[in-house]
Design a protein around this ligand. Structure first.
Ligand SMILES: Cc1cc2nc3c(=O)[nH]c(=O)nc-3n(C[C@H](O)[C@H](O)[C@H](O)COP(=O)(O)OP(=O)(O)OC[C@H]3O[C@@H](n4cnc5c(N)ncnc54)[C@H](O)[C@@H]3O)c2cc1C
Length: 452
């Protein structure tokens, strides 16, 4: 594609958005609001194959459904307040469970239950809950309220022949685009279609995850899991970590690893640490709602071209955390670039790419932090000391809670990884942890019979 300068959206310009997940909805919300503010009349259409009304995987964008504290706040500032029909549960703390015990972490920063858990679709397969509103459906409605048209069709072909991208479905043209926004995530064959356009775009690397919805009843969920997300660092082969997210009658079990499967979930539910949290006599259901989505663990190559930009998971996303928050960041940056600067390759390179690069660079620090966390969790003496220090902090025996804050920020995704990295490597923290480990070692050697 030739490089053109001065491509701008003029009155009547048509913007086609493939994907009505968070990234597609955010893009059209921000771009249409900005267009109104600067007095431009633009035409937005989202093409989304799902309606987000069905139960189970067919109506859902398959994720753990944790809306980070920072995103809840950013949305509120945009005037988007999540209603109680969307929020399944408010979260106020995290529990970390290891072979050697559990520790609860709270953050003094968190406003009351400021993290929300949601279902992305109409709820788990087989669920009888009636008052569930999908998070993605809610955002899509916000886009419609801003004047965007939504068409529930699959875009199965894109052509670039006339200079403007053309979208097709079943051989019929849907529209020509003055700007095409790729907000199709990483789960779809659509990404391959875009790679073949020859603009240099390459989809981000992904790993497989597994998600399961287990029904335990609201009372059990409330009493055993509370308003907390539970992270399990249990050294189950093939599993990096497992999170449990309470959602009313259900818990969502989200596992990341090499090739997580249903058997990993069954092994986990049978693990003594987890068994304690299940009703006595609990039997793993024969059938339960589960899926194997892919999770973005890197950056797309060249997520833009003339009249073309890729946002959300199809562009750049934060490692393991806050993917929806990343969709918010990239969609907003792409919308502002398109409306305020132009839709040429050079415009996106100048104003959109730096935002993606910030996320991509930050993920390098995230990768280091998660590797360090893996290392700590797999070596029992180190893991024991680390969680002991955190426990002391949280019990209020120490004034500050730097270790707890590091874990909190890593797992909630509420701070940039670089910032967490700098704090985690502070000489004071490292020396303190080492001194606790050495003290614990000598205690074990010289006073083996004293209690821990
Ligand atoms: C196991 C797991 C757990 C996660 N947990 C969290 C979490 O707790 N919190 C968090 O913030 N993030 C989480 N994420 C990441 C989060 O799911 C993504 O970052 C987020 O969904 C990205 O939004 P998106 O709009 O870019 O893509 P998606 O949500 O994937 O939306 C893409 C949309 O495009 C549509 N589409 C694709 N191709 C076409 C086509 N050709 N025609 C029409 N429609 C099309 C799809 O139907 C879909 O609706 C998790 C991910 C995984 C895999």
């Amino acid at each position: 594609m030739e490089r053109i300068k001065g491509l701008i959206l003029t009155d009547g310009a048509r913007i086609g958005i493939i994907g009505g997940g968070p990234a597609g909805s955010f893009f059209s919300i921000f771009a249409s609001k900005l267009a109104r503010d600067i007095g431009k009349a633009l035409d937005f259409t989202i093409y989304e194959r799902k309606t987000f009304a069905n139960h189970g995987a067919s109506g859902c964008n398959m994720c753990a459904g944790v809306i980070s504290e920072s995103l809840v706040q950013s949305l509120a500032l945009e005037g988007i307040n999540l209603p109680s029909s969307v929020v399944r549960w408010g979260i106020e703390s995290y529990f970390f469970h290891t072979q050697n015990g559990s520790v609860q972490i709270k953050s003094s920063r968190l406003q009351q239950r400021g993290i929300a858990t949601v279902f992305r679709g109409g709820g788990p397969a087989g669920s009888l809950e009636k008052d569930v509103q999908s998070f993605d459906g809610f955002l899509l409605q916000k886009a419609i309220d801003c004047g965007t048209q939504v068409k529930h069709v699959i875009v199965d072909e894109i052509r670039l022949d006339g200079g403007k991208p053309g979208l097709y479905s079943g051989g019929r043209i849907l529209q020509d685009c003055d700007l095409l926004v790729g907000a199709f995530g990483v789960k779809a064959s659509t990404s391959k279609m875009c790679e073949k356009l020859g603009t240099g775009y390459k989809i981000p690397p992904t790993i497989k995850a597994t998600q399961s919805e287990i029904e335990l009843g609201r009372d059990w969920v409330a009493s055993r899991f509370g308003h907390s997300i539970h992270i399990f660092l249990l050294r189950i082969p093939g599993i990096k970590f497992i999170s449990i997210i309470p959602k009313g009658d259900y818990i969502t079990i989200s596992a990341l690893g090499k090739e997580p499967g249903v058997n990993h979930i069954k092994t986990f539910l049978d693990h003594p640490v987890m068994k304690k949290m299940l009703p006595s006599g609990f039997k793993i259901p024969e059938r339960f709602c589960h899926c194997f989505p892919k999770i973005n663990v890197g950056a797309a190559r060249k997520p833009f071209a003339n009249r073309l930009v890729f946002v959300g998971d199809a562009g750049s996303s934060r490692l393991y955390k806050d993917g929806i928050g990343s969709a918010y960041i990239t969609s907003k940056a792409a919308a502002y670039t398109a409306l305020l600067h132009g839709v040429g390759e050079e415009d996106f390179r100048g104003y959109y790419l730096p935002v993606c690069k910030t996320l991509n660079r930050d993920n390098l620090f995230g990768r280091f932090l998660f590797s360090a966390n893996d290392f700590i969790s797999i070596i029992p003496p180190v893991s024991r000391c680390y969680f002991k220090v955190i426990q002391l902090e949280q019990d209020g025996l120490q004034r500050n809670t730097p270790y707890g804050d590091v874990l909190w920020d890593m797992f909630t995704g509420s701070r940039f990884y670089k910032d967490i990295f700098v704090r985690a490597l502070s000489p004071w923290l490292t020396m303190h942890l080492l001194s606790v480990m050495i003290a614990s070692f000598f205690k074990k050697v010289f006073f083996p019979h004293t209690r821990k």
